[in-house]
Design a protein around this ligand. Structure first.
Ligand SMILES: [Zn+2]
Length: 167
């Protein structure tokens, strides 16, 4: 599982939208805590972006604490693809993150078989339910919603992925 995650991280670092964001996976939850009771079948990964210095390219306004504002709107801002009206568009970032992970995992199908003796079940799991997919298409990734019928969930404090491995 860890081998697959390291390879996925390596590919994410090189993918277009994420090159300037310097993503990295950090394993969290019961495995690093040593509190896992059964053999692990999933890995919970957060995905910090940017270096500590570059994270200061954003600030929080006291009158709008739920948004990150860019210190500059210049073309050299590392997150320029995701900044709109001076603030980070979390929704766009998350949709691009999930879409990129899915694409990379599908591309890794042969790599996984060769390097782990496991098979990737590609299934047909779509991120959105039919209704939410229509909304995602209409707004071209600039706005999204998810509902109880969608197959992924969102937190607004951290970005990450839970990769589930089955035997
Ligand atoms: Zn939905």
């Amino acid at each position: 599982m860890l081998l697959t995650c390291k390879e996925l991280e390596k590919r994410l670092i090189k993918s277009d939208s994420f090159v300037p964001l310097k993503p990295r996976f950090v394993l969290i939850g019961s495995i690093p805590e040593g509190t896992r009771l059964k053999p692990a079948t999933e890995l919970d990964l957060t995905c910090p972006l940017l270096t500590e210095t570059e994270q200061h390219d954003f600030y929080v306004r006291h009158d709008d604490p739920f948004n990150l504002y860019a210190n500059n709107n210049n073309d050299d801002h590392p997150a320029k693809e995701f900044i709109e009206h001076g603030k980070l568009n979390y929704e766009k970032l998350f949709v691009v993150f999930m879409t990129t992970l899915k694409k990379l995992l599908f591309e890794m199908k042969d790599w996984i078989e060769t390097n782990t003796n496991k098979r990737l079940s590609t299934g047909s799991a779509e991120m959105f339910c039919e209704k939410c997919q229509l909304i995602a298409n209409r707004y071209k990734g600039l706005y999204y919603q998810h509902c109880k019928n969608c197959k992924f969930s969102v937190t607004h404090t951290k970005m990450g992925a839970c990769l589930i491995f089955t035997c």
